[in-house]
Design a protein around this ligand. Structure first.
Ligand SMILES: Cc1ncc(COP(=O)(O)O)c(C=O)c1O
Length: 400
């Protein structure tokens, strides 16, 4: 089945407002199916979970369906899908639980390619446990995170390796399987930040070797929730702080308070939407989502080649990142303008982009632009089209 961007765009009411939504890396719009699933869940009546009456049963069913959908998207086990408000909150929670098992002198490896949500929770947890933080460096000229350096960084004392599956500013997709294999060989766990990667590619958390795989539904056409996927057996070994009366079973043990059930219904609809982007109705949800996301990746990469070639052809524009494998995410500066000024100029032309470090604090530091306002980020997702790219390029060209 062909990837039909016009048909895809028609699913997204927000895209009708005439703006070019090149801000997807900070959060995507949602299709009608997600909006309807959320309002249907509310209209049908949802109680709190775990009760004997139908509205409560519906809440439990919605939650179970959401875990199954996220497992289908990531290749995980539904019983190991932890649901929460966003990736940052869940990462702090997992870091807190893991750090209880760390001893002074243990080591944690983080990288300079990360969004800060996959850095600070580990650094702060390590500080509290007396563990040592070791840093994997990027090559600023390419934005690559060479996997080879991990052979030196990982050792007997390594307890955790935190690495991103894709940089949220440079798009770099490091060799995660190689890195997690080294972690596993040393008896360490790996925590893979899939927030930026998941919307752009088919995901197989097992093939990535991720002990934990984190992603946020609002980056892939869903509502504002986050999730961490792990094996239930691993989760059984961890004991996060929790209330006494709340369930101690996995994965509930990791989930705090009353969850957003309607958003869970929307999340299931988002995975189903992704699965239908370029796959027919046959096959399991997992098979369809894999086929669709492979088509999404091809589509985005073709469009991205045009975007990058256009930016690189402009003498007044400097782009960051040249990784061999990367998502369709551009990060650039325009001579004589601050990134903020460029973002404001583009907003006046109805083009949505972000400026700054985008919480990629360490990468922006490694690039030497953290203190100068970072750069402009214009990223593509599956609903962007050639017109969005043309509009961006024409507007940036005018700044020359
Ligand atoms: C790569 C990456 N990791 C983590 C996060 C944090 O995700 P959340 O907003 O769900 O906490 C983001 C958000 O932009 C991100 O892009």
């Amino acid at each position: 089945m062909q990837f039909d961007v016009a048909a895809v765009r028609a699913c997204y009411p927000a895209l009708a407002d005439g703006y070019a939504y090149l801000d997807g890396a900070a959060g995507t719009q949602v299709p009608v199916a997600v909006i309807e699933a959320i309002s249907r869940a509310q209209a049908d009546g949802i109680g709190n979970g775990g009760g004997a009456f139908p509205a409560s049963r519906r809440a439990d069913e919605i939650t179970a369906e959401c875990r199954a959908a996220i497992a289908a998207l990531t290749g995980g086990d539904p019983d190991g899908v932890i649901l929460g408000p966003n990736m940052t909150t869940l990462t702090y929670r997992i870091a807190g639980a893991l750090a209880k098992t760390w001893r002074p002198g243990d080591e944690v490896v983080v990288s300079r390619l990360e969004h800060d949500a996959n850095v600070r929770p580990w650094v702060q947890a390590a500080e509290q446990a007396g563990a040592v933080v070791r840093w994997a460096e990027i090559e600023p000229s390419t934005g690559e995170l060479p996997a080879g350096q991990y052979a030196e960084l990982i050792g007997d004392r390594t307890r955790l390796v935190a690495v991103t599956a894709a940089s949220n500013i440079l798009g770099t997709r490091p060799d995660v399987p190689a890195i997690t294999a080294m972690a596993r060989a040393a008896g360490a766990l790996s925590y893979v930040d899939g927030v930026h990667a998941t919307p752009h590619t088919a995901v197989d958390a097992r093939a990535l070797g991720a002990d934990f795989y984190a992603t946020s539904a609002y980056k892939w056409s869903g509502p504002h929730i986050g999730t961490v996927v792990a094996s239930p057996a691993l989760l059984e070994t961890l004991h996060p702080d929790k209330l006494l009366p709340s369930p101690d079973e996995v994965p509930w043990r990791f989930e705090y308070g009353t969850p957003p059930f309607a958003s869970f219904a929307g999340t299931t609809a988002a995975v189903q939407h992704l699965a239908g982007l370029a796959a027919g109705p046959e096959g399991s949800l997992r098979e369809r989502v894999l086929a669709s996301m492979a088509a999404v990746e091809r589509y985005e990469q073709d469009l991205f080649a045009v975007l990058l070639a256009g930016l690189d052809s402009m003498p007044h524009v400097s782009t960051y990142g040249k990784a061999a494998s990367r998502t369709a995410t551009s990060y650039f500066n325009v001579a004589g303008r601050t990134p903020e000024q460029v973002a404001e100029y583009l907003a006046e032309r109805r083009i949505n982009v972000w400026s700054g470090d985008n919480y990629a604090w360490e990468p922006a530091g490694a690039l030497g632009i953290r203190d100068t306002g970072g750069a402009v980020r214009a990223g593509l997702v599956h609903y962007n089209n050639a017109e969005d790219v043309d509009r961006l390029l024409a507007a940036v060209a005018e700044l020359g």
